[in-house]
Design a binder for this molecule. Structure first.
Ligand SMILES: NC(=O)c1ccc[n+]([C@@H]2O[C@H](COP(=O)([O-])OP(=O)(O)OC[C@H]3O[C@@H](n4cnc5c(N)ncnc54)[C@H](O)[C@@H]3O)[C@@H](O)[C@H]2O)c1
Ligand SMILES: O=P(O)(O)OC[C@H](O)CO
Length: 373
C-alpha cells in the first residue's frame, strides 16, 4: 500500500505560538503531557515538587526517574517554584496524585490568574470525601464550571513519550474552553477531541483502573483471554451504569475516555493498575504490592470510595466488589470472576450496552430519585 495518501497533520505549532501553559506535577504523566504541549507549540513550564527533578528537566531535558531514555523538548522549562510555573499561564494542567490534589490546589491558589482554567489529568477520587477531581477543584477553590476541565483517554505515558500515536478527550461544561484545551494539547501524535460531559470523561478514567486491577489479578492467577474478555465486557457495563446514574452520557463511556482507556489499561503491561493487580493475583499482599510499586496506582485507593458511592446510588458492581474482597484478603484471587459474582435463582439477561436509553437507565435514574413505583 502506498503511504502517499496518508494525511500529515500540520499547523499545531503555529496556532499555539505564544500560548503559555503550566503543568503541575512532574511524574510520568505530567512530564509526558508537558512534552505533548511543547510539541503542540505551546510555551510550557513544568512544576516539580523536588528541585533536583526540576533541575534535571531544565538542564538535561531528561526525567530519568519517571521517563528513562526519553529526550524532552528543548523548549520545555521546569521549576520547583509555583510562582514561576504559573506566571502568565491561562491553562494549568494538574498531574499529581488524587490524594494530594486538594493541598496542591491550595498551594497554587495565590499564584493563579483569575481567568485561568484548571485541567485535571488525574484519574482517581478523593478517598476522604468520595469526590471526583473536578468536584475537589470546585470545592477547594470555588471555581466557576467554565474554569474546570478534564483530559482523559487511552494514555499510557511511556508510549506517548515515544510519540506513539493516540487520542484523548478534553471536557469542560463550556465547549469553547474544551476546544481551547484541545487545541493546546494536539500534537502530530496526539489528537484531542472535545465534549461537555465532565462527569463521564472523568469517571471513565477512574473506573477503568478498577477493572484493570481485576484483569491484573486474574492474569496473576494464570487465567487466559476468555476470563479477561468477560471481565472487560462486564466491567464496561459496570462502568457505564455507575457513570450514567452519576449523570454521565452513555456515549462518553463508549468513547476514548471509557472503552478506549479500558482497553489500553487492561492490555498494557506498562499500566500500574494492571501491574498492581497482577502482583496481588500472584499472592503478594496489598502492603507488599504498594512497596513494590514505585508509582501511583490510583485504582487501589478508588475501590472503597467508588463502592461507597455505588451503594448510595443503588448500583451493584460485582467485579469491583470482588476486587475489594481480594484486596482486603477476604477472597482468594482465583475466585475473582467465577463467574461474575452472583448465582441468580432465575438466569438473568446479559443487560448489555445494547439496551440503552429509556428502559434500563430510566429505571435506574428513577430509583436514584426515589420515583420508581
Ligand atoms: N502515567 C500515566 O500513564 C498516566 C496517564 C494518564 C493519567 N495518569 C494520571 O495522572 C496522575 C499522576 O500520575 P503519574 O503517572 O504522573 O504518577 P507518577 O507516580 O509517575 O508520579 C507522581 C508524581 O506526583 C508527585 N507527588 C507525590 N506527592 C506529591 C505531593 N504531595 N504534591 C505534589 N506532587 C506530588 C511525585 O513526586 C511524582 O512527580 C494519576 O492520577 C494518574 O492516574 C497517569
Ligand atoms: O498506569 P495506569 O494504570 O495508571 O494507567 C495509565 C493511564 O491512565 C492509561 O490511560
Amino acid at each position: 500500500m502506498s503511504t502517499a495518501s496518508i494525511p500529515v497533520v500540520t499547523g499545531h505549532r503555529s496556532r499555539n505560538r505564544g500560548r503559555k501553559v503550566a503543568v503541575i506535577g512532574s511524574g510520568s504523566w505530567g512530564t509526558t503531557f508537558a512534552k505533548v504541549l511543547c510539541d503542540a507549540g505551546c510555551e510550557v513550564t513544568l512544576w516539580a515538587r523536588r528541585p533536583e527533578v526540576a533541575n534535571e528537566i531544565q538542564v538535561a531535558k531528561r526525567n530519568s526517574q519517571y521517563l528513562p531514555g526519553i529526550n524532552l523538548p528543548k523548549s520545555l522549562k521546569a521549576t520547583s517554584e509555583l510562582a514561576e510555573a504559573l506566571s502568565g499561564a491561562r491553562l494549568v494542567f494538574l498531574a499529581v496524585p488524587s490524594q494530594t490534589l486538594r493541598q496542591n490546589l491550595l498551594d497554587i491558589e495565590p499564584y493563579l490568574d483569575r481567568r485561568s482554567v484548571l485541567v485535571s489529568l488525574v484519574k482517581g477520587v478523593e478517598k476522604s470525601t468520595t469526590m471526583r477531581m473536578s468536584e475537589v477543584m470546585a470545592d477547594a477553590l470555588d471555581l466557576d464550571p467554565a474554569r474546570i476541565a478534564v483530559v482523559s483517554g487511552p494514555n499510557i505515558a511511556l508510549e506517548i513519550a515515544k510519540e506513539q500515536p493516540t487520542g484523548a478527550v478534553a471536557s469542560c461544561a463550556d465547549l469553547g474552553v474544551a476546544q481551547e484545551i484541545a487545541m493546546a494539547a494536539s500534537a502530530p501524535y496526539f489528537r484531542t477531541y472535545v465534549n461537555t460531559d465532565v462527569v463521564g470523561t472523568e469517571l471513565g478514567g477512574v473506573l477503568k483502573n478498577l477493572i484493570a486491577l481485576a484483569i491484573g489479578i486474574v492474569d496473576g492467577v494464570g487465567y487466559g483471554e476468555n476470563t479477561k474478555a468477560a471481565i472487560i465486557t462486564r466491567g464496561l457495563a459496570e462502568m457505564t451504569e455507575f457513570s450514567v446514574v452519576s449523570g454521565a452520557d452513555t456515549a462518553t463511556l463508549s468513547g476514548l475516555a471509557g472503552l478506549g482507556d479500558l482497553i489500553a489499561t487492561c492490555q498494557s503491561p506498562l499500566s500500574r493498575n494492571n501491574t498492581a493487580g497482577r502482583l496481588i493475583g500472584q499472592g503478594y499482599t496489598q502492603e507488599e504490592t504498594r512497596e513494590q510499586m514505585q508509582q501511583v496506582a490510583e485504582g487501589i485507593t478508588s475501590v472503597h470510595p467508588v463502592l461507597e458511592l455505588a451503594r448510595e446510588r443503588g448500583i451493584v458492581m460485582p467485579i469491583v466488589e470482588q476486587v475489594q474482597m481480594v484486596l482486603n484478603g477476604t477472597m482468594a484471587p482465583k475466585n475473582l470472576g467465577p463467574h461474575l459474582a452472583t448465582e441468580d435463582a432465575v438466569p438473568q439477561p446479559e443487560l448489555s450496552l445494547a439496551e440503552p436509553g429509556p428502559g434500563r437507565w430510566r429505571r435506574l435514574l428513577d430509583r436514584l430519585k426515589g420515583t420508581s413505583a
